[in-house]
Design a binder for this molecule. Structure first.
Ligand code: BES
Ligand code: MN
Ligand code: ZN
Length: 463
């Protein structure tokens, strides 16, 4: 993907156009008729005009944008996704006509480039080469190479996350996640700390170790360190890395889609790649607790009492509430490293899916200012998010007779808030924390990972 000059136009020409604008007269002159009578300018309408040798390019693909006052970046992303996803041949996009309101050409080009790469992504069919993406060049009146680079960097981080998450669980084990973290660390010169089972036993990280008991594969706590802001305090981005969630002895009736229970972890890898490739001015730990949640003769059981890294004891009510058990150890570890702000991402609860579906990510926080600021960014990034309550009265439902508290209430009701409360119990008062329940938004109902929240988190951390 690159910027080109008018003289180099020789491919399909994508011409976005608002209702209030007219097709450039030179094009009408060349073709010998009024293209305004042909191009449909209502939003999301595509009109293809064959140039029959009268232009250096074969086709003009008009993309209707509707009116400028109704345009939003959210709508623009949708319209462009529709165009780019169906693009079969290389093309040039004329970006200049898209500029509207207070958005400049750099914003627009960045959005277009990112949208193109995301729209062209396809899950790899195992045993076959990954699909090549159709190339898109950008025509603009001024130098937009930095904007192109930024759009590409974000899309490549997001697509890496989608690629890892889309891989089936037999090909994306904790060892595979470790390998991906190693590749990233090597490519971008990041520091990687790998805590293996022995390290986790020495630390007494009983949350993640308990979940790992039922799996024949190792567990890891991975920590990537990105330092590009001197001595400034660290944010930690934490992602749930359950490479397959069977439910354990509380076995799921239907575990379709549970290869996506590591989307939080994949997103951490995506975030770290974007930060490093854009040289973001930030200090960030990317932390991934990872294991399978399976069943064997050693697996943890309902009513077991385990001791977490923080020293708190937990009565296991459901072995299917495993995400919070690996995350609580990761949250404690992040604070041991000195992180002052935490953002965790987890495909944590079916309750969040019921409440918000695949549209909104559930947001929970112990700090209004941090939360408001972050949610402003999610809005600007066109990633929908909705804050849900954390409340002591939800936490009270986790009262246990055999341990400090339980890992699940054992009955329906406010499951996403209860889970957030569980995690919140491991967050110190001085730590600012946001929990993102991405159970509904990380994939599309058991297929097609989205890389949701990578854009928002990177944008927030780059500020
Ligand atoms: N990974 C699941 C949550 C999930 C469900 C993600 C559906 C995506 C789609 C999580 O580990 C889980 O099983 N949660 C339980 C918690 C319950 C036992 C308290 C749930 O939501 O049912
Ligand atoms: Mn589960
Ligand atoms: Zn899970």
């Amino acid at each position: 993907m690159k910027q080109i000059k008018k003289e180099d136009l020789n491919k399909n020409f994508i011409y976005p156009i608002y209702e209030e604008d007219s097709v450039h007269t030179s094009l009408c002159d060349r073709l010998g008729y009024d293209l305004n009578k042909v191009a449909v300018k209502t939003n999301n309408e595509i009109t293809v005009v064959h140039t029959l040798g009268k232009c250096p390019f074969d086709k003009i693909i008009f993309v209707g944008l509707g009116t400028k006052d109704q345009m939003t970046t959210y709508a623009l992303r949708k319209t462009l996704t529709h165009v780019f996803a169906s693009l079969k041949e290389d093309a040039v996009l004329w970006a200049t006509p898209i500029v509207y309101g207070n958005h400049n050409i750099d914003d627009i080009v960045r959005l277009c480039v990112e949208t193109h790469c995301l729209a062209q992504y396809q899950e790899q069919v195992i045993g076959h080469d990954a699909k090549e993406r159709v190339n898109l060049d950008i025509l603009a009146d001024q130098d937009v190479n930095d904007a192109i680079a930024k759009g590409l960097a974000y899309a490549e981080g997001i697509n890496l996350s989608r690629k890892l998450a889309d891989r089936p669980a037999n090909l994306m084990t904790p060892d595979d996640l470790l390998e991906q973290a190693q590749i990233l660390a090597k490519d971008y010169d990041l520091e990687l700390t790998v805590l293996n089972k022995n390290d986790l036993m020495d630390m007494k990280a009983g949350g993640i170790l308990s979940v790992n008991l039922g799996s024949d594969l190792p567990a890891y706590m991975l920590c990537l360190k990105y330092n590009n802001n001197g001595d400034a305090p660290y944010h930690a981005v934490i992602g749930k890395g359950i490479t397959f969630d069977s439910g354990g002895y509380n076995i799921k009736g239907n575990s379709f889609g549970m290869k996506y229970d590591m989307c939080g972890a994949a997103n951490v890898i995506g975030v770290m790649k974007v930060l490093a490739s854009t040289h973001a001015k930030a200090n960030v730990y990317g932390i991934i607790p990872t294991t399978e949640n399976l069943i064997n003769g050693s697996a943890y059981k309902p009513q077991d009492v385990i001791t977490t890294l923080a020293g708190k004891t937990i009565e296991i009510v459901s072995t299917d509430a495993e995400g919070r058990l690996i995350l609580c150890d990761a949250i404690t570890y992040a604070q041991q490293l000195g992180a002052t702000h935490l953002i965790d991402m987890a495909t944590l609860t079916g309750a969040c899916v019921s409440a918000l579906g695949d549209l909104y990510t559930g947001v929970f926080s112990n700090d209004d200012e941090f939360c408001d600021e972050f949610m402003e960014v999610t809005k600007a990034c066109d990633e929908k998010s909705w804050r849900l309550p954390i409340d002591d009265e939800y936490f009270a439902k986790l009262k246990s007779n055999s341990a400090d508290f339980k890992n699940s209430v054992g009955k329906m009701g406010a499951g996403a808030s209860v889970a957030a409360n569980f995690l919140g119990a491991f967050v110190e008062d001085s730590t600012k924390w946001i929990h993102l329940d991405i159970a509904g938004t990380a994939d599309n109902d058991g297929s097609a990972a989205t890389g949701v929240m990578i854009r928002s988190i990177c944008e927030y951390l780059s500020k």
